[in-house]
Design a protein around this ligand. Structure first.
Ligand code: R5P
Length: 291
C-alpha cells in the first residue's frame, strides 16, 4: 500500500487558467487529438512545414527511373525527409519500420499508365492504414477528368473513414494532360478538395497567382514536384511556392532522379525549413554533391 499523499503541499496554480495552445496548422484547430497528432508527424510543429518525399509512382507506372531499388537508392534519403508518401507494398517490403517520419500511404489506384488514369478506386482499407501506423492517406482527385465524380467520391469516402480513425487525407490535384495548370484551374481543384473534407491538399505550382491558390484553400497546401527539372529550377520553384504560402513540398522525381539525391533533398529542406534562397540552396547542393 503506497503512503497517503499529502493534500496540503499540492500545487494546483488555481490562479493560472489551463493552457490550451491552438494547433499550429492552418485550418486544423478543430480536429480531434489523434488527427492533430498525425498531422504533427507530417509537418514540423516548429515551422508548420514539411518536406515529403514521394516514392509512390510505382502504383501506376511500375519501376520508375530512380525507384528501381528503393532499398538501395531511396532508404538512405528517408532521414532527410519529414514524411514519406509511399505504397503499402513498398512500405512493408523495404522501408525500415524504425523510421520516425510520418507515413502518407497511397490510398487510391487501379489503372496503370496504359489506361485512363482517372478511373481510380480506393486501394486500401482504413484498417490497414491504421495497422501500418499511417499519418495520412493520399488520394488522387481528377477535377475535370473523365472519372471526376468517382475520384471525388473516393476521396470523400476516405475522409469519412479517416475521421472515424483519426487519419487525415491528402487530396492530390491530379491534372490530366489536356488540363491547363493555371491558377484558375488549381484554385478550383484545391478548393473543391478542401471543401469536401481533405485535411491537406497537394497541388502543382503555377507561375502566376499561386499565392491566390494558397489563400483560397482553407487547409495547408503542399507543392507537387512534377517532372525532373534542372536542380536550380526545382529549388526556385520550391522557394517561390513557400514564399507564396505553401506549407511544404511533396517531391519525388526532382529528388530521386537528381544526380545526387541526398544532396538534393537537403537543399530542398534548406529552402523549406531554413529560409535558404534558391541560389544558396544550389550552393549547398553542389557542396554536398562534391563532398
Ligand atoms: C502524384 O501525385 C503521384 O502520387 C506521384 O506518384 C508522385 O507523388 C509524384 O511525385 P513527383 O511528381 O514529385 O515525382
Amino acid at each position: 500500500m503506497p503512503e497517503a499523499d499529502s493534500t496540503d503541499t499540492k500545487q494546483f496554480h488555481e490562479e493560472v487558467p489551463q493552457r490550451r495552445e491552438a494547433f499550429f496548422l492552418k485550418g486544423s484547430t478543430a480536429y480531434d487529438w489523434g488527427m492533430q497528432h498525425r498531422l504533427a508527424r507530417i509537418f514540423r510543429p516548429e515551422d508548420g512545414r514539411t518536406v515529403m518525399l514521394a516514392i509512390d509512382h510505382g502504383y501506376f507506372q511500375g519501376p520508375t527511373s530512380g525507384l528501381e531499388r528503393i532499398d538501395l537508392d531511396v532508404v538512405p534519403l528517408i532521414p532527410h525527409a519529414d514524411a514519406l508518401m509511399v505504397t503499402r507494398g513498398v512500405l512493408r517490403s523495404v522501408v525500415p519500420p524504425a523510421m520516425q517520419q510520418g507515413i502518407v500511404v497511397r490510398a487510391s489506384g487501379g489503372p496503370s499508365i496504359l489506361k485512363e488514369l482517372s478511373n481510380e478506386e480506393i486501394a486500401i482499407d482504413i484498417d490497414d492504414a491504421a495497422r501500418l501506423g499511417a499519418a495520412g492517406m493520399a488520394v488522387q482527385v481528377f477535377i475535370g477528368g473523365e472519372f471526376e465524380t468517382q475520384s471525388v467520391h473516393n476521396m470523400t469516402r476516405l475522409v469519412d473513414a479517416g475521421l472515424r480513425s483519426g487519419i487525415p487525407v491528402l487530396g492530390v490535384t491530379a491534372v490530366g494532360r489536356e488540363l491547363v495548370r493555371d491558377a484558375r484551374y488549381l484554385g478550383l481543384a484545391t478548393r473543391i478538395i478542401a471543401e469536401l473534407g481533405a485535411q491537406v491538399v497537394k497541388t502543382y505550382f503555377c507561375d502566376e497567382g499561386f499565392e491566390r491558390v494558397v489563400a483560397g484553400c482553407p487547409v495547408p497546401i503542399i507543392m507537387a514536384g512534377g517532372k525532373k527539372l534542372p536542380e536550380l529550377e526545382a529549388l526556385t520553384m520550391a522557394r517561390r511556392a513557400i514564399d507564396a504560402g505553401a506549407a511544404g513540398v511533396d517531391m519525388g522525381r526532382n529528388i530521386f532522379q537528381s544526380d545526387a539525391p541526398i544532396a538534393m533533398i537537403q537543399a530542398v529542406s534548406a529552402v523549406v525549413h531554413d529560409g535558404a534562397s534558391s541560389a544558396d540552396a544550389l550552393d549547398l547542393y553542389e557542396t554536398l554533391r562534391a563532398g
